[in-house]
Design a protein around this ligand. Structure first.
Ligand SMILES: CC(C)(COP(=O)(O)OP(=O)(O)OC[C@H]1O[C@@H](n2cnc3c(N)ncnc32)[C@H](O)[C@@H]1OP(=O)(O)O)[C@@H](O)C(=O)NCCC(=O)NCCS
Length: 198
């Protein structure tokens, strides 16, 4: 069996403003989740969250999604999963310090990378897999940096976070299993919900 299929897609080029824009981003991110479900013939039936906003499994299948200003990403998997996508941008030094400590910075510096975007998306994917928010950021540590994966620790749990870079974005995915994901990057916005095999 292969790993989760992580679906990434652009948002429409012309976006509404305010609340409507947020609703459209959330809708397109859910299209990415359903596209992942269709690709894996997952029986997942609904995308429900609990009162803390944490996605809840359906028929044993877990889901996660993310929106950046111009992209969405989503995936389902038969074990807990966290997905995060972010766009490269200028960051304030105090945010870098909040996300990466000195040892983690050194791991990237040894590779000639600044590592900010990889760390940011990696830690968010890890937090989402455990269903916790940013208050748990200090419980995430990078142990090893590979070319397209980060070995990370959340408390005593070890994870390999897989990463894919495209168009000035990084998408990260974290699961409990050992199987590597595949990343499917669409060039066009996704159509409304893909059919899910019964
Ligand atoms: C959940 C969290 C990690 C995410 O979010 P984010 O980067 O702002 O937003 P994303 O678009 O990537 O993800 C949002 C989705 O995460 C999911 N989510 C929310 N809370 C979650 C939780 N506790 N666990 C798992 N998933 C969660 C939801 O599905 C949500 O989308 P929806 O509202 O459309 O359903 C949150 O802790 C947060 O507030 N982040 C702030 C961003 C930041 O400062 N990051 C730097 C840190 S490394």
């Amino acid at each position: 069996m292969s790993g989760p299929v992580v679906v990434v897609a652009p948002l429409p080029q012309v976006l509404p403003r305010g609340r409507e824009r947020v609703e459209l981003q959330r809708d397109h991110a859910r299209r990415a989740v359903w596209t992942s479900a269709a690709a894996q013939r997952s029986p997942i039936a609904e995308l429900r969250k609990n009162t803390d906003d944490v996605p809840q499994a359906s028929r044993g299948w877990h889901w996660s999604l993310s929106h950046s200003p111009t992209r969405v990403a989503g995936a389902v998997w038969c074990a807990s999963i966290g997905v995060d996508v972010e766009e490269r941008r200028e960051v304030r030094p105090d945010l870098v310090e909040r996300i990466l400590d000195a040892e983690e910075l050194a791991l990237f510096a040894a590779r000639g990378e600044d590592g900010f975007l990889r760390t940011w998306t990696g830690k968010e994917a890890l937090l989402k897999e455990f269903g916790v928010g940013l208050q748990a950021l200090s419980r995430c540590r990078i142990v090893r940096v590979g070319s397209s994966e980060l070995e990370m620790r959340f408390d005593t749990h070890l994870r390999v976070v897989h990463q894919h870079s495209f168009d000035d974005h990084v998408v990260s995915v974290c699961t409990a299993g050992a199987r590597a994901p595949s990343f499917v990057v669409h060039a066009q916005p996704l159509e409304a919900r893909a059919e899910v095999a019964s």
